[in-house]
Write a protein that binds this ligand. Structure first.
Ligand code: ADP
Length: 605
């Protein structure tokens, strides 16, 4: 373990592993295939990057994200780690050159896109390479149930066989247990260890409120917003029209600043609203699921769902936008039994009909050049919604009507194949399977809404995270059973009652104080607000410090001899020197980041 830690420090400059990293590398060192499911940003890439350095030979990384490859390779180069990528963004001469270098064993890591596995010259070259680890990134792309399905991922099993079944690690941020099973089955890794971790968000309390009528919903919304004195709220509606009406209600009746956001607004309005929200000028946003990707506002105190979303993944991803600063936040779902109908409508309407697939095929056939196609071109040519176009393309590809040769700068290289009646039939069958799958996902969402048991446990189980479902303020069901009451989120904005915890004895020197501050933050498992760290180090007895058990932090009160101002400056110095990073506006981290799986089904685009 010490060896691993020092390798981590030596190559990457980090002094501790994040949850799941050391465990996975341990499995790999013992030669065990491993499936890793951890949220985006939680440090999955580091797993195969470090493993690559500990194993002999070459690590081959398969990733569909060509743009990210370049970033990763450059990042590794800066750390002196020999890595390269081979993909369609390079000239043929450059590709051939890198292939020769790979054969010579010049590179510890080689990144490729899955379509590279189709290239005969690449497969031949691979035969001469000692591949000691195969890393399959975004492994959920092998699953036909997602919008991210990449038929080329299905070639990986063959490639593994040609390489005599190398040690393999498959990684994804978004795989419910069924998809996990599909990944290990289709990659041929039945005995793979599974490391699934990091999905708990202890500072978010989960609640569901039955609200059958519009009046009930608006009353619940008003009550929730009354509690919101500081920070922001995101209200998710199922329909664009609801986003507009609810925003108008919040402004008109509740007299609060609010704006609506959905995919039907023009690009300029969308980016203005988004910018105002991120900059902290707009406290309340009422939006469809078009809102949220890449939104980095750390002080969202409330995420309220005005209607049930289509999948639990989508719900958790959206709810997870609350409380990125680590302070208490609330995820409240308003549930009316008839909300199911809206989602069923989406299921029936967001997959293309056969007639629409024909339109799409015809539009592709009319294009002179299919080597650089933007989704928006196809949307404009067919007047079919973008989501449907995306699903249609994946299904045509799965049915062999279309080849997807790669992506570059957001444009796709496609090649159309000749169609026969059977292929079209296959598309129709795939559409039916997809709908059936979506209905099952919706059932799970409804089961969550109607559940009487711990909601946090349900969410973690849904992702296969067996870790403890601990949280100071867990969920309405736990509170009802008398366990862990729900705390008002307003506590988060209560002024710190800076009562000192007088501690006799040793007074830390400045150097010690800096170490104590870092250790204190490390002992907190989530990104945490600067003001909160000051409270903990200073030994504040503020209500929420105690409620969230920060007084159990081993470094609680250890800097009680310093004023909060001095502690704050000390933290600023640590940030300036790069020992800490600031996420969002105020949250400090040795971070545990939080975005969840893709949950892309039915996105308003
Ligand atoms: P993922 O692949 O899960 O999206 P990354 O591997 O890109 O996440 O990691 C996200 C960020 O976290 C990167 O900036 C990375 O350097 C950093 N990181 C990863 N592991 C650690 C660690 N053990 N300690 C500190 N930072 C880490």
């Amino acid at each position: 373990m010490l060896g691993l830690r020092s390798a981590l420090a030596e190559h990457f400059g980090h002094d501790a592993f994040r949850p799941g990293q050391a465990e996975t590398i341990g499995h790999l060192r013992r030669g065990r295939h491993t499936l890793v499911v951890m949220p985006t940003g939680s440090g999955k890439s580091l797993i195969y990057q470090l493993a690559a350095l500990l194993l002999p030979g070459t690590t081959l990384v398969i990733s569909p994200l060509i743009a990210l490859m370049k970033d990763q390779v450059e990042g590794l180069a800066q750390r002196g780690i020999p890595a390269t990528y081979i993909n369609s963004s390079l000239s043929p001469a450059e590709q051939a050159q890198r292939l020769r270098e790979m054969e010579r064993g010049d590179w510890r890591l080689v990144y490729i896109a899955p379509e590279r596995l189709r290239s005969v010259s690449f497969r031949q070259a691979l035969q001469r390479v000692r591949v000691s680890l195969l890393a399959v990134d975004e492994a959920h792309c092998i699953s036909q149930w997602g919008h991210d399905f990449r038929p080329d991922y299905l070639r990986i099993a063959d490639a593994r066989a040609a390489l005599a079944q190398p040690l393999t690690v498959a990684l994804t941020a978004t795989a419910i247990p069924e998809v996990q099973d599909e990944i290990v089955r289709l990659l041929g890794l039945p005995t793979a260890a599974r490391v699934i971790t990091g999905f708990n968000r202890p500072n978010i309390a989960f609640e569901v409120l039955k609200a059958e009528t519009r009046q009930d919903k608006l009353a619940a919304l008003a009550a929730a917003l009354r509690e919101l004195r500081e920070g922001a709220a995101i209200i998710y509606t199922g329909k664009r029209a609801d986003a507009e009406e609810v925003a108008a209600h919040v402004r008109g009746e509740l007299k609060r600043r609010a704006a609506h956001y959905h995919a039907g607004l023009d690009a300029e309005t969308r980016s203005r609203v988004q910018d105002e929200f991120i900059a902290g000028k707009l406290p309340i946003i009422v939006a469809t699921n078009a809102f949220g990707m890449g939104i980095d506002r750390s002080d969202v105190r409330l995420v309220l769902h005005y209607a049930v979303p289509g999948t639990l993944e989508a719900y958790y991803q959206e709810a997870g936008r609350a409380g990125r600063d680590g302070a208490p936040a609330r995820a409240l779902l308003l549930y009316a039994a008839q909300d199911r109908g809206l989602q069923e409508w989406f299921i029936d309407h967001d997959t293309p009909s056969l007639a629409e697939l024909e339109l799409l095929r015809a539009a592709l056939a009319r294009l002179k050049d299919t080597s650089s196609v933007a989704l928006s071109d196809l949307v404009a040519a067919t007047r079919i919604a973008e989501d449907k176009v995306r699903v249609g393309l994946a299904q045509m590809e799965a049915a062999g009507l279309l080849e997807h040769l790669g992506d570059s700068n957001g444009r796709m290289a496609l090649r159309l194949r000749r169609a026969d009646a059977r292929a079209l039939q296959a598309v129709a069958t795939a559409t039916e399977h997809w709908r059936e799958h979506r209905r099952q996902q919706l059932d799970k969402m409804i089961a969550y809404a109607e559940a009487r048991r711990c909601r946090r446990r349900m969410l973690l189980d849904h992702f296969g995270d067996k870790g403890p479902a601990d949280a100071p303020s867990c969920c309405d069901n736990c509170a009802r059973r008398g366990k862990r009451p729900l705390l008002p989120i307003a506590a988060a904005s209560a002024p710190p009652a800076a009562v000192h915890a007088p501690r006799p004895g040793h007074r830390a020197t400045k150097a010690e104080a800096r170490l104590i501050a870092l250790a204190c933050i490390r002992a907190i498992e989530w990104s945490v607000d600067v003001a909160r760290v000051v409270q903990v180090l200073h030994g504040s007895r503020a209500q929420d410090v105690i409620a969230y058990r920060y007084h159990e932090n081993p470094y609680y009160g250890q800097l009680s001899h310093l004023t909060p101002g001095i502690i704050g400056r000390l933290l600023s110095e640590l940030v300036a020197e790069g020992y800490l990073e600031v996420k969002g506006s105020r949250a400090l981290s040795l971070p545990l980041p939080h975005s969840q799986g893709s949950g892309r089904a039915g996105r308003d685009k």
